[in-house]
Design a protein around this ligand. Sequence first.
Ligand code: FAD
Length: 470
Amino acid sequence: SDSTASFDLVVIGSGPGGYVCAIKAAQLGLKVAVVEKRATYGGTCLNVGCIPSKALLHASEMYAEARHSFATLGIKVSPELDLATMLGHKDRTVKQNVDGIAFLFKKNKIDGIIGAGRIAAPGEVEVTGETGSRSLKTKAICIATGSVVAGIPGVDVVFDGETVVSSDHAIALPKVPETMIVVGGGVIGLELGSVWSRLGAKVTVVEYLDKVLGPMDGEVSTAFQKLMVKEGLDFRLSAKVTAVEKTGARAKVTFEPVAGGAAEVLEADVVLVATGRRPFTDGLGLDEVGVARDKTGRVEIDAHYKTNVDGIYAIGDVVKGPMLAHKAEDEGIALAEILAGQAGHVNYGVIPSVVYTSPEVASVGRTEEELKKEGVAYKVGKFSFTANGRARAMLHTDGFVKVLADAATDRVLGVHILGFGAGDMIAETAVLMEFGGSSEDLGRTCHAHPTLSEAVREAALATFAKPIHS
Ligand code: FAD
């Protein structure tokens, strides 16, 4: 079947980058279509990423609290895990969210088209779906095809989805493994490793770097790792994985010290390989239309998200920058504004990053390591949740807030929070940084009592005066 339609913008990929770009563009009066090859909209984030992982993190955290803290709070229960129902909660959460996107497309008069998109030429997208193919004529094309699971560089990993798994499978294991090895101590590995650890698996994390959570502030990452050890996770750092192999119903991981030395082998019921994601552009026809990519496969763009080919733009995981849903969303909004003749812009200096473990880790701006490297003179203010009344009342006293401010101007350069609710608390400091605020601005802002966010204020106070409660 062959039909043609014309649009101002055709977005390929309906993840947080693509769907947000489409909605914003439609709100600004553009005629928009979104092409998605998955059966449902929402991309990695809604289908197999942010949303299902958070549903499982929440449910498993409640389970752990029921087992370990309820008695102290005077609540007697005998919690019992019903994994099928827990997975059902996750699936319902995903469905509500992906259905929500389909609804928003209708509401904004966006043509949502299920099928694989290929750029036939600038101004033309060919969509191949179950019922044949059709051609869409368009003024602009947005590549928002995101990313997919990457293996381990130099290691042949065969995902069977049962014993050797990626995050795609680790959000749906039908039973709790007794033992699990997580290859990669980054955000995804530690979030999903925590889920299965709380549900009863003995989890060992094997990480190449000498620290977990890669780019996070060193002090935060060390303190966080200690808390994860307390929760029951084992860590093998500075360990280079050289093989992942199935051994009957189990799998083994071979690794050696990065500095050199004898290889070691660990075996487990499930091996989760969480060593990162790669930009996905397969089947898009980029070579044919001449869209340039960098050495790592990311689509190259200028400051306005335009590729080297006129009329073709790219945003989200498929371009440079942190692979985060909110970064993709903000790029989607900026691009829609640019296409509508407005001044779209993303401030890459203020993109928060959150690890949804228990406790959470959240950060925005620069780390101490980065400031040292850049030779910036800075002040540090810290405040521990052990001295926060609300945290004591909630039995969530682990962790601290760290505010980094410029020594000369007092402008806040970075904030790092390890603690319960850190992911929500980081938002006020992102707003502060967007306004170029100082630690004194934060320290003199009245915060409601008793709240966890008082610890943020006290950490700010600690940079230019003294905290009250320590
Ligand atoms: P994607 O979400 O990857 O969407 C791209 C879409 O394009 C896909 O649906 C794909 O099917 C489609 N597509 C690809 N090629 C074609 C084609 N040729 N035709 C049609 N459609 C195509 N980020 C956070 O910020 N917070 C989190 O808590 C978080 N948790 C995560 C947990 C996990 C387990 C994973 C894997 C990721 C997580 N992320 C999180 C990262 C986040 O999911 C990504 O940064 C985000 O989804 C990127 O959005 P995107 O729009 O660029 O691409």
